[in-house]
Design a protein around this ligand. Structure first.
Ligand code: KG4
Ligand code: ZN
Length: 315
């Protein structure tokens, strides 16, 4: 069994996953409420809470799985990218565990983790496929030919799609994290009330910063007539259009039939409805979790003692 740890942003998470991709336990402790009053993640607060939470989350995971550390064969941990202080808490905890239990350590890239959320039971997705990875920190199109690797076809030139949701929610006074809040409110609004621009950048890249500025002006100039729900619906429509458009272009260019969507924004109901032929990560595995990290560890090389002691995190 693989014990996974994830602390790259504001979720302290641990999971137990078997070698054949079955989730035995998956515990996520979100700090979102703590960061909400600051309108976004405060890195130092995140690090401190990871430090407080990592052992309790680990204990809860073992308890949920009816397991002990004797059942664990290797320890997997997110090494980057993410907030450096937050990553160091998970990495240090994982090194200590591996050392104390005489286990190998598997460092995992967070983005590989998101893709590997597709390889878990009961409905694993088989490569080849084009993958849209859309989260709070990243927006990428990936050409996935085999489990464990991918080629980047395009990425965002400025804000990530999740960041666009979060910044949009802030402008609309909906709080943090904003994606789910916009998703909810947009259902009550009319997406045709306001025309937001879809950025045209070359290749398969994305750009969302202009959209955010357009919302800023729309909010400022809206007067009495434009309801917040209508703005939320129009804004969400523009983000979804940008994502779907580029994903279809990538599909055409790679001539791959299968498409998949992962990351926090994959939880968006309009995006899910707009791509009926796509494989989506299960809702619980879209936002950050450690089951996806343990899953990715199945296709990464374990590092033996004492080599893993020298592993650094990367942002
Ligand atoms: O993958 P994730 O948990 O963290 C990163 O690796 O960044 O993604 C978090 C992002 C946030 O920006 C959040 O607003 C967005 O995912 N998100 C959503 C929804 N649920 C979460 N965006 C749109 N619609 C949702 N339902
Ligand atoms: Zn993530």
């Amino acid at each position: 069994m693989i014990l996974g740890l994830e602390t790259s942003c504001d979720e302290t998470a641990a999971a137990l996953v078997t070698d054949d991709g079955r989730i035995v336990a998956n515990v996520v402790s979100s700090q979102a409420e703590l960061h909400a009053r600051f309108g976004g993640v405060v890195p130092e607060i995140a690090s401190r809470h990871h430090l407080e939470n990592v052992i309790p989350v680990l204990r809860a995971t073992l308890e949920d799985g009816g397991a002990t550390l004797d059942d664990v064969d290797r320890v997997a941990v997110t090494r980057g990218p993410g907030l450096i202080g937050a990553l160091l808490v998970g990495l240090s905890a994982a090194k200590s565990l591996a050392w104390a239990r005489g286990l190998p350590l598997v460092p995992v890239d967070h983005l590989h983790g998101h893709v590997a959320s597709l390889y878990l039971e009961p409905d694993p997705v088989e490569p080849p496929f084009v993958c849209l990875l859309a989260s709070g920190g990243h927006t990428m199109l990936l050409d996935v030919r085999e489990r464990g690797s991918f080629e980047v076809l395009g990425s965002t030139l400025d804000d990530a799609a999740g960041e666009a949701f979060d910044k949009g929610a802030r402008l609309l006074g909906l709080g943090y994290p904003g994606g789910a809040a916009i998703d909810r409110l947009a259902r009550e609004g009319d997406p045709d009330t306001h025309e937001f621009p879809v950025a045209r950048v070359p290749g398969l890249d994305f750009s969302f910063s202009g959209l955010k500025t357009a919302l800023l002006y729309a909010v400022r100039d809206r007067g009495q007539t434009l309801a917040t729900a209508d703005l939320a619906a129009s804004y969400q429509r523009a983000i979804v259009r940008a994502l779907v458009g580029r994903l279809r272009e990538a599909q055409e260019r790679t001539r791959l039939d299968r498409i998949a969507v992962v990351g926090g924004v994959a939880a968006n109901s309009e995006l899910r409805a707009a791509l009926p032929d796509a494989a989506f990560a299960p809702l619980a595995l879209c936002t950050d979790n450690a089951a996806m990290i343990a899953s990715a560890a199945r296709y990464a090389v374990p590092v033996p003692y004492p080599d893993y002691l020298g592993l650094d995190a990367y942002v």
